[in-house]
Ligand binder design. Structure first.
Ligand SMILES: *Cc1c(COP(=O)(O)O)cnc(C)c1O
Length: 384
């Protein structure tokens, strides 16, 4: 089965991991800060805090932003469940803002309308809004940032798909229009550490708070302690934290993968052009629209097909050995969120998208032959 995405591991990647295995530190050594510094430099952010997954990074970012019980986080229903779960893990409520049917990202106008409605009706306002850069295409960050200034919420970018992407000619992750930005390094994403994630920010305070939450809420900094140090062994636990650390093995892999980020994105961009050219005369195949204010990292290639043919096309492609997928089942339709009161019909654009979307294979290592097979299989299925 041709997968929809997979990692690309070079000899250099393998050697980088072996070097750590032969070194003194498998974790809490020099590779993690080196990886953090390299990502921060790459995306032009002041600080980077690595974690053992993007899910963990989203959680520690929400905690650092002060999200807690009685507060609310808003995100897109078309995302992985982690984008909303980070609120629930803090004891806060999750709510959603419908998507734009063409970019498949959070609709800024829908956000503006919902903010206005909640304000005028005295409903809970969001403390944090999580735009999701779906498939690597940046949301309208200037618009969302303007609303954050008007209504007073924090912005946490879920850029799990978007390392190497840009917005207004600047790298996603520089947090010009947000407080924190989170990347994922799961093997299907753009670069990988096996499991892993990372948060960038320009706030020293947020960076230190996230780093502390990553290690049990413990500090070894005398200046942060409530009393004089008892001796060289001494540390203090100042708040409840977790063990969300990335290992040095993973960080070394990430650092090596980061060298190939530009190459990965170029390959994906070429593959996307091949798909666009192949589907250009077929109105029944509608790819994600890519507004020119952003350059996508092309984590996924998502098309919409007519709802009436969707499940037939999906099955036909799987039958032809093509591991198509669907990103994503609307989060509010998951049983856990239904039990919290969300129901079918709450976010019609997201639900309409779910009736039509298919992710086609896209990854370094996918050949032109593979792509031609995908295209002919899809067009054949649409004719039947
Ligand atoms: C993959 C993904 C996550 C979670 O990333 P992990 O590193 O697997 O925890 C969160 N949000 C989105 C949009 C994702 O695609």
């Amino acid at each position: 089965m041709l997968p929809y995405g997979r990692q690309s591991i070079s000899n250099e990647d393998i050697q980088a991991v072996v070097k750590v295995l032969e070194s003194d530190f498998l974790t809490q050594g020099p590779a993690v800060p080196a990886f953090e510094a390299a990502v921060a430099k790459k995306v032009n952010a002041r600080f980077a805090v690595a974690a053992n997954s993007a899910t963990s990074a989203l959680h520690m970012a929400c905690l650092a932003l002060g999200l807690g019980p009685g507060q609310s986080l808003w995100t897109s229903p078309i995302s992985f469940v982690a984008s909303a779960n980070c609120a629930r893990l803090c004891g806060a409520n999750a709510d959603f803002v419908d998507i734009d049917p063409e970019t498949f990202c959070m609709d800024t106008q829908a956000l503006a309308d919902k903010l206005h409605r909640h304000k005028t009706q005295g409903l809970t306002m969001p403390s944090v809004v999580v735009p999701v850069h779906l498939a690597g295409q940046s949301c309208d960050m200037a618009g969302i940032h303007a609303l954050s200034q008007q209504y007073g919420f924090k912005v946490l970018e879920d850029a799990s798909h978007a390392i190497g992407a840009s917005y207004n000619n600047e790298p996603v992750g520089n947090t010009r229009f947000s407080d924190v930005c989170v990347f994922s390094f799961h093997p299907v994403k753009i670069i990988t550490t096996g499991e892993g994630g990372l948060a960038t920010t320009n706030s020293e305070e947020l960076a230190q708070r996230m780093a502390r939450l990553r290690t049990h809420g413990i500090t070894r900094e005398p200046k942060d302690m409530t009393e004089a140090s008892h001796g060289p062994w001494y540390y203090q636990m100042l708040e409840l934290g977790l063990n969300y650390r990335l290992t040095d093995l993973q960080a070394a892999l990430g650092l090596s993968q980061l060298q190939r980020l530009g190459e990965f994105i170029q390959v994906r961009r070429d593959q996307v052009k091949t798909y666009h050219d192949a589907f250009s005369g077929y109105p029944d195949v509608m790819p994600q629209s890519l507004p020119s204010y952003a350059l996508s990292s092309h984590h996924l290639f998502i098309v919409k097909v007519p709802a009436a043919q969707h499940s037939h096309v999906f099955s036909a492609l799987r039958h032809d050995g093509i591991g198509v997928n669907l990103h994503y089942i609307p989060i509010h339709l998951q049983p856990y969120y239904q039990a919290l009161g969300f129901k079918k019909g709450d976010f019609p654009q997201a639900e309409g998208y779910y009736q039509q979307a298919i992710s086609l294979p896209l990854f370094p290592g996918l050949s032109l032959n593979n792509q031609e097979h995908v295209v002919s299989s899809l067009l054949r299925a649409l004719r039947h």
